[in-house]
Design a protein around this ligand. Structure first.
Ligand code: G6P
Length: 615
């Protein structure tokens, strides 16, 4: 949900601001803008609807001279994605510029008051009130002190924000702050940087500082960073994060799109995650802050997540219940936050979130902690809010995931959940060390199985043609592969804009079967497992109504081969619970080919954002 960047230093600001926005574009891409202050105190900028690439073109002719500036890439909440609603927003004098990520919930009250006081507004956004509030404070109580003016303005805000602010009257100063939305800062020899997350900073430093809510940081052109808290006290020891991603990890590296790159990176991601996890006492997971006795006492698990991560949660529920015999509830965070929740004294909460910044998931985690539950985060982004606020965090180490549709984080999070299930199973004495070892060894086969699927991508390319001219599709699967169906359908609709419905195969007869007509595409995940025959019968029901069926089946399954118009072959897996991790690659590839056949940008699907930091 919107990305923000800021720079002040000895170099021209615009080149890095624009580069940083391109790196952050996965957070939103319906409009973008930058403002730069020249050393002589001129504030000028350019902003426009559309992608950052469009802004880059506009910036070329705008001659943005200055060594201090801010930038923004937007995912619209308040106000249409137009030029006038693009950030930065300015005060009445045009000397203060602000970029904002978040939502100002009381903006209507504030705007009304500001207008009565004579302020003129130039946009329909909630964010613009911030520029005018800073203006009031700058001209009033803060008396020309930008950090104080920002603090003063924030005192009047309700909602969530990460802000970067520049003022023409202090050309060597950049002020940033946050409440509920992420923000990191970094000091280098060239100056000081700020960004919504570590990704744009990987090209300039390997060491960043994490701001806490209500911290206000003043960044100077000599690279200095001074931070005060909401009471004006100096913050001496902000949380430091070492970035171990090199900048090239967030570059295409020869691939045509990030989705293709990230699909291909899955075997290595799983290898990294599994390395060193098996010790003589079972699964090594120091990230868990519960003692073995506390783990053994866990009598209920809540898994809370959104989107693709929620699908990981569904698989995790099956695996934890099967291996550790602990009842698990898997909840959408946005639903969980507004429902009754029954916890025991020994309830454990697991949040699954690639970005670690999804607002609904964070709210749920805070709620669970407030009820005394131990919260364990499975996440990808170093130093993310989820990781910092949880009692323990397991990093999946998948590396930066840039494409909006999650791929490598999905499979790595699943494997992380399998490891957690094994840890719980051992603590609950549901498995011997030997059994844990055997399951771990099964997981170690996943990268090799994935590599085999990647070599078969031509199957997905061919099958994608069956979707030409179609407007809708049905995904079916049973047991753990009903979740594969949900995720396959989500991938397809996210990037190809084809309507895709997913159902447990046996449930199809209670409604979705009415959709079927000759030529209707169905994707059936039908591996060699204990429900294979049942799913085969459901495929027959589809065929009887003229559907075109793409099967996702285990090598050598002649029965499925004869029935289906196309088969995406999955190599035999050592455990049927592992099939969703391996089959996921076919479903990702299929969705990507369908979307590309339609000419869509698979990395930046319309209306979506990778990191959803608003409720
Ligand atoms: C957005 C993204 C999805 C992601 C979901 C949850 O909707 O487009 O790909 O699965 O957020 O994100 P999280 O970072 O919490 O896993």
């Amino acid at each position: 949900m919107c990305g923000i960047v800021g720079y002040v230093g000895s170099k021209q600001a615009a080149p890095w601001l624009l580069e940083g926005l391109q790196t952050l574009e996965y957070r939103g891409y319906d409009s973008a803008g930058v403002s730069v202050v020249s050393p002589s105190g001129n504030l000028h900028g350019v902003k426009c609807a559309g992608r950052v690439a469009h802004l880059v073109e506009r910036a070329k002719v705008a001659n943005l001279n200055g060594t201090c500036g801010i930038g923004h890439t937007r995912w619209a909440t308040h106000g249409a994605p137009t030029d006038r609603n693009a950030h930065p927003h300015y005060d009445c004098s045009g000397r203060i510029a602000v970029v904002h990520n978040g939502i100002i919930e009381n903006y209507q009250v504030l705007k009304r008051q500001l207008m009565l006081d004579g302020h003129a507004f130039a946009s329909d956004t909630d964010s613009e009130v911030i520029a005018h509030l800073i203006e009031e404070a700058w001209n009033g109580p803060a008396k020309g002190d930008l950090a104080s003016a920002v603090r003063n303005a924030c005192d009047r805000l309700e909602g969530s924000w990460a802000l970067a602010v520049v003022c023409a009257d202090v050309p060597g100063e950049l002020v940033v702050t946050r409440c509920g939305s992420p923000l990191v800062v970094a000091s280098t020899d060239d100056g000081a940087y700020a960004a919504s997350d570590v990704m744009p900073l990987a090209s300039v430093t390997s060491h960043v500082l994490q701001l806490e809510d209500f911290d206000i940081a003043t960044l100077g052109s000599d690279g200095s960073i001074s931070i005060i808290d909401r009471d004006g006290r100096t913050v001496d020891h902000p949380t430091a994060i070492d970035i171990d991603w090199d900048a090239s990890a967030a570059k295409l590296g020869g691939y045509s799109d990030f989705m293709a790159k990230e699909i291909s990176e899955q075997p290595e991601a799983i290898e990294r995650l599994l390395a060193g996890r098996l010790g003589e006492h079972g699964i090594e997971m120091d990230e868990l802050t519960l003692t073995r006795a506390e783990l053994a006492a866990v009598d209920r698990v809540f898994i809370i997540a959104c989107g693709t991560s929620y699908h990981v949660g569904l698989i995790a529920k099956t695996v934890i219940e099967k291996w550790a015999r602990i009842p698990v509830s898997c909840e959408y965070a946005s639903e969980f936050n507004y429902s009754d929740v029954l916890v025991t004294n020994h309830t454990m909460c697991v949040i699954i979130t690639q970005s670690g910044e999804t607002a609904d998931t964070l709210t749920a985690a805070r709620r669970m902690r407030g009820m005394g539950c131990n919260v364990f985060a499975i996440t990808n982004v170093l130093g993310s809010t989820a990781a910092r606020e949880a009692d323990g965090a397991l990093y999946i180490q998948a590396g930066p995931e840039v494409a909006v549709a999650s791929t490598k984080a999905y499979t790595a999070q699943m494997v992380a959940a399998f490891l957690l299930a094994l840890r719980l199973a051992l603590a609950h004495e549901r498995m011997s060390i030997e059994e844990v070892q055997r399951h771990y060894e099964d997981l170690c086969q996943v990268p090799g199985l994935m590599r085999q699927v990647l070599k078969r991508r031509w199957q997905d390319k061919q099958a994608a043609r069956l979707f030409n001219g179609k407007t809708s599709a049905l995904f079916l699967g049973r047991n753990v592969n009903s979740t594969s169906a949900y995720e396959g359908a989500l991938k397809l609709k996210e990037i190809s804009y084809l309507h895709a419905e997913a159902y447990p195969a046996g449930e199809m007869k209670h409604g979705p079967i009415a959709l079927l007509e000759p030529g209707f595409p169905v994707v059936a995940i039908v591996p060699a497992d204990h429900v294979h025959d049942k799913t085969v019968s459901n495929i027959q029901e589809c065929l009887a109504r003229g559907a075109v069926v793409v099967g996702v089946a285990t090598d050598g399954d002649e029965r499925v081969a004869k029935m289906c118009q196309a088969v995406l072959w999955v190599p035999p897996c050592p455990d049927e619970l592992i099939v969703p991790v391996v089959a996921a690659l076919h479903l990702q590839l299929l969705a990507r080919y369908v979307a590309r056949d339609r000419g869509y940008d698979v990395d930046k699907p319309r209306n979506l954002a990778k990191s959803v930091t608003v409720e």
